[in-house]
Design a binder for this molecule. Structure first.
Ligand SMILES: C[S@@+](CC[C@H](N)C(=O)[O-])C[C@H]1O[C@@H](n2cnc3c(N)ncnc32)[C@H](O)[C@@H]1O
Length: 209
């Protein structure tokens, strides 16, 4: 999957994802952690003002692709780690911005992962997310349920029927910005996406200063 990921995603990136990444990640501030960074596709979108950039990717093949391209993708100093998002080796309340794009579909337990992200975020810290989610019409949901077991096997444990926004809210974060859009060119079972910003309750510091 690591070898073909960028090629397989190219048309979707061009038609919508690149623009969405760019708008979403322009809001990044302070000490930043990206989970499930894949081949490093978000790196060119991080603004100059972030303080530190740590990217974690547990899959060694994905991480290898990322590391090969690092200097071409960003001028930031980047720490690359191999943590899964459910157990990150960073202190409590040490992160201002966490980025998750197309990752919460693949983690073994979104609840456990979101607990960990809450632990890592400072009060007032933000989660910037872009995720494909369960459809709204029953016909597509039916197909998502039918295809999910095989899809998970072929696509790195990617689930088709997760209601990720509800999971984020259930974790105690407050959704401050939410956009729904269809991922153009994607099959119907992965087309519906949600993106936005959730915040851990607490005072919201200006993390750029
Ligand atoms: C569909 S790819 C998305 C890659 C990239 N974030 C993007 O926006 O294109 C899903 C990524 O999640 C990673 N992943 C899978 N399980 C994970 C876990 N438990 N913790 C963190 N990342 C995980 C995969 O290795 C893969 O790189």
């Amino acid at each position: 999957m690591a070898k073909i990921y960028d090629r397989a995603m190219r048309t979707t990136e061009e038609r919508c994802l690149r623009q969405w990444r760019s708008e979403l990640l322009a809001q990044a501030t302070g000490e930043l952690l990206e989970i499930g960074a894949g081949t490093g596709i978000n790196l060119p979108h991080y603004p100059a003002q972030i303080k530190t950039l740590t990217v974690s990717e547990p899959d060694p093949h994905m991480r290898n692709q990322l590391q090969k391209k690092l200097s071409a993708l960003t001028a930031h100093q980047v720490r690359v780690a191999d943590w899964g998002a459910e157990q990150v080796d960073l202190p409590d309340q040490s992160i201002d911005t966490i980025v998750s794009t197309l990752v919460l579909c693949s983690v073994p337990s979104p609840q456990q992962t979101l607990r960990e992200l809450n632990r890592l975020l400072r009060p007032g810290g933000q989660l910037l997310f872009l995720e494909h989610v369960i459809a709204t019409d029953s016909r597509t949901v039916h197909w998502q349920r039918c295809c999910e077991p095989l899809w998970r096997c072929c696509c790195g444990n990617c689930h088709l029927t997760r209601d990720t926004v509800r999971s984020i809210e259930a974790s105690g974060m407050i959704i401050e910005q939410l956009r729904e859009a269809d991922m153009l060119t994607a099959p119907a079972i992965v087309r519906r996406t949600m993106r936005g910003r959730a915040r851990k309750p607490g005072p919201h510091a200006d993390n750029n200063s």
